[in-house]
Structure formats: structure tokens, C-alpha cells
Design a protein around this ligand. Structure first.
Ligand code: ARG
Length: 266
């Protein structure tokens, strides 16, 4: 049986693309909020059908990217390491998420260094993988290691389309394996990944380019962008239950299913 997960999500009631802080965002084109809400509702329904529990944080007007809950914090062993955003447009989200956790009885820690929560921190079985290069400061990797008492492995991101670690890699098998796009990483970091996960699923450039790596796995099921065709085939071949979702409207802000999902690990 798949153990149930607890996720925090934020309804995209105030979603829009009216600034550009990553190459996916084009304020000229914008995005359709109603479509985004429908796609987000679909994702939430998928989690609930899988038996996972979803908590909700109230969206805040004027914070169009707050739907990307993954960036709000990193939660391990019921302890919360707060985010500290790179761009001023998103800065107030950090406090909103930290207050939600404090209000729900969690031990929280305000970050001293720039980090975008689970966007750049992915919890594996033995280590926490941490991205840097575009958003999260390496100093935050060290701070998180001290706070959680878990080894943090720094990975260098090199392609601006994959500005967060969770756009280039997702954990499989409860963090004992991973799927990733090698082209998103520096040569040294790619080697680190090869050593850590010799059986990894390697995604193609085409699947990465539709944000196929921004997926969520509970160990057995993988919730993945429906356009990532090869990736879905390979996951099925390896015995995973693949659940395709359409998040195309949220991708106009540079996000996919994982970006909308913050895991609360008790
Ligand atoms: N527009 C948001 C940003 O650039 C998208 C965040 C996507 N989140 C993620 N976990 N990758 O910050």
C-alpha cells in the first residue's frame, strides 16, 4: 500500500503573469486565470483520489505566484525551514507560508539566506538535494543541513529554463531513485547524480522542455505533465502508475504539478 502524503496547496485565485522572473513568463501574453484554476482543481482532485490529504493556504491578492506552494518552505520531520525569495515580487509569500505553519502548530525557522523552499530542495531517502545557480544561495544549503541534521548535496543548475531544481529532477521510490534531465546540470553535478542514482530515469530534452520533470511521486504513482510522452512510457515500463495532468496554463508562469505542491512531512 502506498503511504498517504500530506500536501499544502494554494488556489490560483490571484494567478496572473504580469512580471517576468524566469524565461517561461511573458507578461505580453499573460495567462487565463479561470483555466489555471480548473487545471489546479484537477491536480488537487488527483491527490485526493489517490488518498492523499490536501491542506489549503489562503491566496493573497497581489501575489500571483503564490499558487506555487513548493516555494513556500521546506518541511522535514514536522519542522519548517522558511523560504526567502530571490525577487521582491514574491518576497511577501515567505511570511504568509511561515505564518500558516506556525498557526498550525509547527516549529518554524526563518531563513537567513535566499532559498525557494522545495523548488530547490528535494528530500531523498539519505540526503537532501539542493539546487543553486539561479535562485537558492549555497549558504541556505548549509543552513538547511544544520537545521535538519541531514546531509545536503549541492547541485549546480546551468540552464535558465530550469531555474529551480524541481524543474529538472524529481524523486522516485521514496527518494531512493530519481528522474532528471542531465542537460540542466553542470558536468560535476551531473556526475554526482550518476553516482547517487545509477538506475535513474534520464529524461529527454523534449520532455524537459514541457516541464515534464516537475512531477510528483508518492512512491507508486507519478503525477506528470501529459505532454511528457517519452518520460511517461519509461515510467510505465518501470512499473509506476502514471497519472497525466494538464498544467499548461500554469506553465506560462514556469510551473507544473510539483510547483503547486508543498509536501508536509510529519
Ligand atoms: N513564476 C514562478 C517563479 O519564477 C514559478 C515558480 C515555480 N515553482 C517551482 N517550484 N519551480 O518563481
Amino acid at each position: 500500500m502506498t503511504p498517504t502524503r500530506h500536501y499544502l496547496m494554494c488556489r490560483p485565485d490571484h494567478f496572473s503573469v504580469d512580471y517576468a522572473i524566469n524565461p517561461w513568463m511573458d507578461p505580453g501574453t499573460g495567462a487565463d486565470r479561470d483555466i489555471a484554476v480548473r487545471q489546479w482543481e484537477g491536480l488537487k482532485a488527483v491527490y485526493e483520489e489517490l488518498g492523499h490529504s490536501v491542506s489549503l493556504i489562503d491566496p493573497v491578492e497581489g501575489l500571483p505566484d503564490m499558487v506555487f506552494a513548493a516555494n513556500g518552505a521546506l518541511v522535514v520531520d514536522g519542522r519548517v525551514y522558511g523560504a526567502r525569495f530571490t525577487y521582491p515580487e514574491r518576497a511577501p509569500e515567505a511570511g504568509a507560508y511561515l505564518r500558516w505553519f506556525a498557526g498550525h502548530g509547527y516549529e518554524t525557522k526563518e531563513a537567513s539566506f535566499t532559498n525557494e523552499g522545495e523548488g530547490d530542495f528535494l528530500v531523498m531517502a539519505d540526503v537532501i538535494l539542493a539546487g543553486t545557480g539561479f535562485r537558492t544561495d549555497v549558504a541556505a544549503h548549509k543552513e538547511a543541513q544544520e537545521f535538519f541534521g541531514r546531509p545536503v548535496v549541492t547541485l549546480q543548475l546551468v540552464d535558465p529554463r530550469f531555474y529551480h531544481l524541481d524543474t529538472a529532477l524529481f524523486p522516485l521510490d521514496d527518494g531512493r531513485n530519481a528522474a532528471y534531465y542531465p542537460g540542466a546540470f553542470s558536468p560535476g553535478s551531473e556526475q554526482v547524480l550518476r553516482r547517487l542514482f545509477p538506475e535513474a530515469v534520464l529524461a529527454s530534452a523534449a520532455d524537459a522542455a514541457v516541464l515534464g520533470l516537475n512531477a510528483v511521486s508518492d512512491g507508486r504513482n507519478v503525477v506528470v505533465n501529459s505532454e511528457a510522452a517519452e518520460l511517461q512510457l519509461e515510467l510505465k515500463r518501470r512499473g509506476y502508475e502514471v497519472i497525466p495532468v494538464d498544467m499548461s496554463e500554469l506553465r506560462k508562469a514556469g510551473g507544473g504539478p510539483k510547483c503547486c505542491t508543498l509536501e508536509i512531512r510529519s
